[in-house]
Write a protein that binds this ligand. Sequence first.
Ligand SMILES: [Fe+2]
Ligand SMILES: [Fe+2]
Length: 320
Amino acid sequence: MAETSRQTALLTELEPVVAQNLDRHLVMAQEWHPHDYTPWSRGRDFAFLGGEDWAPEQSQLDETAKAAMFTNLLTEDNLPSYHREIATRFGRDGAWGTWVGRWTAEENRHGIALRDYLVVTRGVDPVELERARMDYMTSGYDSGDKTPLEAVAYVSFQELATRVSHRNTGKATGDPIADQLLARIAKDENLHMVFYRNLVAAAFDIDPDATMRAVADEVIRFEMPGASMAGFRKNSVLIAKAGIYDLRLHHDEVITPILRHWKVFERQGLGPEGERAREELAQFLTGLDAQATKFVESRDRMRARLQARQDTALRPLPQA
Ligand SMILES: [Fe+2]
Ligand SMILES: [Fe+2]
């Protein structure tokens, strides 16, 4: 069967699973409102309306929390691109179409809530934020030529990665309101992950070899959607150094639990194509794990050096 018709057949076969998981999602998802999580009492006018424009000292966030909030919000902002990515692959009909709409509406809420919080609390420079949003959305996000199966495999990992990163960003802000907001958003991301993860589980039963191939490829070439945004490199270094999102978390809390859920390494009955994909995946994971260990070790050394320097600086001067 040609690849395109194979993929179309798979989408049709998955339709009842999508319908079932859409129902599950709608029961599980709790309604919430961005305005409830915004400390409006901390807001005031900017210079345009006679108030004062943003200045760095007004932010209560440290550089790491700023970098993480900025990255998370801009990532959420590029929603029209993600909508296009999934709408062109999953279609607009039936349960697939309903899911695409519902998911888009939920994701939009994340961007609204994060922006309201950051602008009201003057957490980041609103001009820099707006300019970065314009650039990032203008260039858009393009996942390449992923098949629908590759796309569902990718978003399973991506939704969980976003959950982990929002959750840890909340803790890093040092503000209980931001923490609560990001924990709320993280819950949504978790439900999104479950939805996609269940579809991939069903795809494993329908076409195990093709699914194993797609999963291996998406793990091996995984990249966060924000990779093309302004300052992404610099910000991801800060985010990794702080342990908000790093290779260790990526390996242990994102990739591994999902692969375990799909019983990727226990599965029987794969053909040669599936076996090859699984071997490549196993080999990649060994490398990723080693890289994660190396990263954490060097971060520990850096933290120890920093601590030693601070201890020296704090030592009382010898008495005359
Ligand atoms: Fe989101
Ligand atoms: Fe999500």
